[in-house]
Design a protein around this ligand. Structure first.
Ligand SMILES: Nc1nc2c(ncn2[C@@H]2O[C@H](COP(=O)(O)OP(=O)(O)OP(=O)(O)O)[C@@H](O)[C@H]2O)c(=O)[nH]1
Ligand SMILES: [Mg+2]
Length: 452
């Protein structure tokens, strides 16, 4: 990359493009005020106060009527001198403001560059930076709440505490190493063993939150499957409360998988309608069926549909072959069958997209299945939300275990065993972003939008 990261003053339109009442242009870097001042009439006199200004180009051309807030380093989101210019929205005003600031020497920001600077300047850590992206990307209130808690530092503090415990253990081990001649030593071995076990359990407990954390951040995948024409797309529409998927009486109507996000008792759900599973000679339909099979394989919960007992049993067998996820059996189009003559047994639920029967309860069933497979949805304790977190914590746990094995077995000199603890500390610090920041940052910010 040829741009001088960190030294330039950067600028970006922080609001989405399109028609809107207001837009915000954000400027950050050492020269932020110097760059903006010649264009602002008047210029903000005090930091953190809103100033109503006319913005004019150097040649006197009127640009827009704006409200400016100036932040003095280090008291800004990025930790640098910064300016937020709120102008009119739409296609013209924000671009004019941005172009004028670029003409004065600011450089257009790269995606995520403001947040990257916030990390590099120690305003937030990497876990919190990820949360900034998650708050923006959240599709449901639950996902946004988890992200906000993470941004608030809950998860970072929890990981910091784990790291402190590793350091304490290392200190205990070091004491033992330094005074080996003390027979019963000042640090009995079983004390070190017990501390190691407590630490391993604490790391495990945090790893165990990944099922729920990842499901809430990304949405649990709930797939509607079954034979063609049993009413899958009708059920999909009924659950969404709007006509999204095409419904016809022609078997094989749905060709591609369709996704929509809904809420089931607080759980964010990625509901998927799929092409009916059958042997087909139609090329397009066959491709759709392959996609269906992939979705069924990746589902967190399956809604297995059949409009009679035989088709339901066949669909259940097919689903069980492809997936270990919990399956809810749905006898569809139940409005066509007399309540008295309903034959299905056990856990089969009767639903009708036509009358709405069973549809509301179905979402409670889905939430209950998710709760039993992933844990209770709660926003009080920190949860990990990404594979990156899970991988780093698992590596740290393995190092702590390796230390215990080596230390207790006297297999290697204690100093060598303690190396595992240093490695565990490093894994936890990498997770928060205390070491090798640049490398981790590149991965974290690859998906960010410009202006954040
Ligand atoms: N009476 C009644 N008819 C329904 C119900 N649900 C679906 N149907 C009818 O069944 C037919 C097939 O419905 P779809 O929802 O397209 O079925 P599908 O399973 O998505 O079919 P494919 O996409 O071809 O796999 C349509 O004619 C629907 O009107 C229901 O609850 N009651
Ligand atoms: Mg369909």
């Amino acid at each position: 990359m040829s741009v001088a990261l960190g030294r330039d003053t950067i600028v970006a339109i922080a609001t989405p493009p399109g028609r809107g009442a207001l837009a915000m242009v954000r400027l950050s870097g050492e020269r932020a005020m110097e760059i903006a001042a010649p264009l602002l009439h008047p210029c903000p006199a005090e930091p953190r106060h809103a100033t109503h200004s006319r913005m004019r180009a150097r040649d006197g051309t009127e640009l827009d009527d704006v409200v400016v807030v100036w932040y003095r380093a280090p008291h800004s989101f990025t930790g640098e001198n910064a300016l937020e210019v709120t102008c009119h929205g739409g296609a013209v005003s924000p671009s004019l403001v941005m172009a004028a600031l670029v003409a004065e020497g600011a450089r257009p920001a790269l995606p995520g560059e403001f947040t990257r600077r916030a990390v590099l300047n120690g305003r937030i850590d990497i876990i919190q930076a990820e949360a900034v992206g998650d708050v923006i990307d959240a599709g449901t209130h639950a996902a946004q709440r988890v992200a906000l808690a993470q941004l608030d530092g809950g998860l970072s503090r929890r990981i910091g505490t784990l790291r402190d415990h590793v350091l304490e253990l290392e200190a205990l081990a070091a004491y033992d190493i330094d005074f080996p001649e003390e027979d019963d030593g000042p640090v009995p071995r079983d004390r070190i063993a017990a501390a190691t076990d407590r630490l391993t359990s604490a790391i495990e407990a945090l790893i165990a939150t990944s099922a729920i954390g990842e499901a809430v951040r990304a949405g649990a995948v709930v797939v509607i499957c079954g034979a063609p024409n049993v009413g899958k797309s009708s059920l999909f529409n009924a659950l969404l409360g709007r006509r999204r998927a095409i419904v016809t009486d022609i078997p094989g109507t749905t060709r591609d998988a369709l996704e929509a996000v809904i809420d089931a008792d607080g759980w964010p759900i990625r509901l998927v309608d799929t092409a009916g599973l059958r042997d087909s000679s139609d090329t397009v339909e066959r491709l759709g069926i392959e996609i269906s099979r992939d979705y069924v394989g990746a589902a967190d919960v399956l809604l297995v549909c059949g409009d009679d007992d035989a088709s339901l049993a066949a669909a259940d067998r097919a689903a069980a072959e492809l997936s270990l996820a919990p399956r809810l059996l749905l006898r569809t189009k139940c409005d066509l069958v007399d309540a008295a003559r309903r034959t299905a047994v056990g856990t089969v639920r009767h639903v009708s997209a036509e009358t709405g029967e069973g549809i509301g309860e179905l979402l409670h069933d889905v939430a209950a299945r998710l709760e039993s497979s992933k844990g209770r949805l709660s926003f009080d304790a920190p949860v990990i939300t990404r594979e990156r977190h899970r991988v780093a914590l698992s590596a740290a746990r393995d190092e702590v275990r390796a230390f215990r094995d080596a230390f207790m077995a006297d297999a290697v000199p204690p100093v060598v065993a303690a190396v595992h603890l240093r490695e565990a500390t490093r894994k936890l610090e990498e997770l928060i972003g205390a070491v090798d920041v640049e490398d981790v940052l590149d991965r974290v910010f690859s998906s960010f939008c410009v202006g954040k």
